[in-house]
Design a protein around this ligand. Structure first.
Ligand SMILES: Cc1cc2nc3c(=O)[nH]c(=O)nc-3n(C[C@H](O)[C@H](O)[C@H](O)COP(=O)(O)O)c2cc1C
Length: 300
């Protein structure tokens, strides 16, 4: 059963909530610009992502204000001044970001409202957020208007001139440690997600070969009521099947499995395979699957 929402005829407010509840978690661009008088403006934008690394292009979207279809300050400033700094939002500054995200009259400096510290940039005029774990100095490439009514997005396509990353976040292999970066993502309504600790998962993909794939898993296991899509993906995700020829007959014996294969309890066998897969013994699980095919099956 699904609830299906056709765009036409929907209240824009409801549709917005369905959309941002589905498309997430979204990264947050905390955008610093300068107005004509040289005052700072700082505002969060979560319709944001990186779209190219060469050339280095990031895009965020500023919607026209719903109440009167006027341009928000960030869009107005970047249209005239052509530069921005996109600061990353981590857990330490997310509440200050929320204060900066409130609608203030034009000309109000949200650095002052949020208590964040402006730091001079090297290549562009707008300031960086000193407390941010990473900042992108950007020049405007183009603005793409997606409509004229309240809520209409305006894509602000930016070329990244330089990235500043707090030194302690970069590990000895010159890679970013997500736990130290501690980024926040935006979900629907007032929900956010913190991308560190137990929320971060490692999913290793084959690099040199394509994966074995689900179609290599015997049907009995592919249609198992016990093994989940995640379990099967762990089996299917290997680059190559383990080399069984290198295993002697005695090494290849598995007492638990042998006991289970003698009985009728195929569910128990699937549970045992699941245990092996989830404890990192994927090669062993494959060996049992391929060397002890079962006739009976349990399917969902
Ligand atoms: C986390 C967060 C994400 C937001 N994302 C967007 C967005 O993608 N597009 C948008 O137009 N407004 C977005 N807003 C609302 C703007 O930040 C808000 O309208 C702000 O007052 C605009 O400031 P400005 O007029 O100084 O640019 C977001 C607000 C928050 C708190």
């Amino acid at each position: 059963m699904y609830v299906t929402i056709q765009t036409e005829g929907q209240s824009p407010r409801d549709f917005y909530q369905y959309l941002i509840g589905c498309v997430g978690p979204r990264p947050i661009a905390f955008v610093s610009t300068l107005d004509k008088e040289g005052s700072s403006n700082l505002a969060p934008y979560s319709f944001f992502n990186a779209f190219s690394s060469n050339p280095p292009i990031v895009v965020f979207s500023s919607s026209l204000r719903v109440k009167d279809a006027t341009e928000k300050d960030t869009l107005h400033n970047i249209r005239h001044q052509g530069e921005a700094v996109i600061n990353m939002v981590n857990y330490a500054i997310v509440h200050q970001m929320a204060i900066a995200g409130i609608e203030y009259p034009s000309g109000i400096d949200e650095f002052k409202k949020s208590g964040l510290t402006p730091l001079a940039s090297q290549w562009v005029k707008p300031f960086r957020v000193a407390e941010s774990p990473a900042s992108l100095e950007c020049r405007l490439e183009q603005i793409v208007s997606l409509g004229e009514g309240g809520g209409a997005g305006h894509l602000i396509v930016c070329r990244v001139v330089a990235i500043h990353i707090r030194a302690d976040i970069i590990d000895e292999h010159h890679r970013i440690d997500p736990h130290k970066m501690d980024l926040m993502g935006r979900l629907g309504r007032s929900y956010y997600v913190r991308a560190s600790g137990a929320a971060v998962h490692t999913i290793v993909q084959p690099i040199t070969h394509p994966a074995i794939g689900f179609d290599a898993i015997p049907e009995e296991y592919r249609h198992s009521a016990v093994l989940t899509g995640q379990d099967l993906a762990t089996l299917a995700g290997l680059e190559v099947l383990p080399d069984f020829t290198a295993i002697s007959e005695s090494e290849g014996q598995d007492e638990t499995w042998n006991t289970l294969t003698r009985g009728e309890a195929s569910e128990e066998r699937h549970r045992y395979l699941q245990h092996l897969i989830r404890t990192g013994n994927v090669g062993r699980a494959w060996r049992l699957i391929l060397t002890n095919p079962q006739k009976d099956r349990i399917s969902s």
